[in-house]
Design a binder for this molecule. Sequence first.
Ligand SMILES: *Cc1c(COP(=O)(O)O)cnc(C)c1O
Length: 363
Amino acid sequence: MQTPYYLIDERNLLKNLNKINYIREHCGVKFLLALKCFSTWSVFPLMNKYMDGTTSSSLYEAKLGAEKFGKETHAFSVAYRQEEVDELKNISSKIIFNSITQFKRFYKDVKNMKIGLRINPGISYSHFDLADPARKNSRLGIINEKEILPVLNRISGVMFHFNCENDDFCEFSKMLDKISDKYEKILNAIEWISLGGGLFFTKENYPIDKFCEKLKLFKDRYNLKVYLEPGEAAITGSCQLVTTVLDIVQNDKKIAIVDASIEAHMLDLLTYRQTAKLSEKKGKNEYVVAGCSCLAGDIFGEYKIVRKLKVGSQICFSDAAGYTMVKKNWFNGIQMPSIAIKRLNGEIEVVRSFSYADFVSQL
Ligand SMILES: *Cc1c(COP(=O)(O)O)cnc(C)c1O
């Protein structure tokens, strides 16, 4: 198979889905896939057996969710246009507004739907300012509870999204207690709540039973239907970006240049200044692994590995499912990685490959 390609392994995906299912069965919480993280719909027939639907950030994501995943479709947008609301009315099971002004503007159009409001609780867990919904002057969610109380009889639920890469159960637990106390009045009046994404409950050693217990107590205290919206946690560890070394140059260090680009194919890592993970053993051969774009900082990372690399060696970056395929771009006109899926039966299927015509047609 020609590199570069993303290789999704359904068996690894299933490990996360089984954990999701375990939580569903033990505390009755519902799970929606956050499409902004992962929208590769060729594996949705597997995922939708273990999850309850999707949540979206735009009309197109909501349409994709309704069409390809099915079950529940939650629509959210930081700000809707009229035409989007008109279309969402017909395809989504719930519509969530980010502000009171948007709620008031579109209420007449959606009053027959289940309506939610996003609340900004002013607390969050995030290592990155860029991804912190409670950052200073945040536009994400309603800050003032007093705006919500007068419209409580016109909404059925609320959404909070206040975590990013949170693998610390105690921190989550404390924040949930704060939200639970602060919004008691609202929580007593509604039917459903979404606690958003950003919780790393599929990570090894995450106290999944405590997590279930906590969610169950919260759910029962207010008699609520509770949703979680995992993006990353649903697909973590399920994909590799497979590349080939095209050249090895030397500038103090040995630099292996591969036929892919962090800027074009794993952009999130660059945005958050993180290095790509390699799926191989540590050794004594040191390399900088860099992309083939002309961006000076197009660097996947520095690694010490057992192998000696040469032109033609394959390099696989792991954890390449989340925020990669949804963000890939045609920068520099570099060959876009194909998307391949290793099915549960072990067969590999290339579901999409890209050509010059795709490059041309996007502009
Ligand atoms: C980004 C986002 C998610 C998913 O976040 P992950 O960190 O990928 O789990 C879920 N809900 C909302 C509202 C989001 O903005």
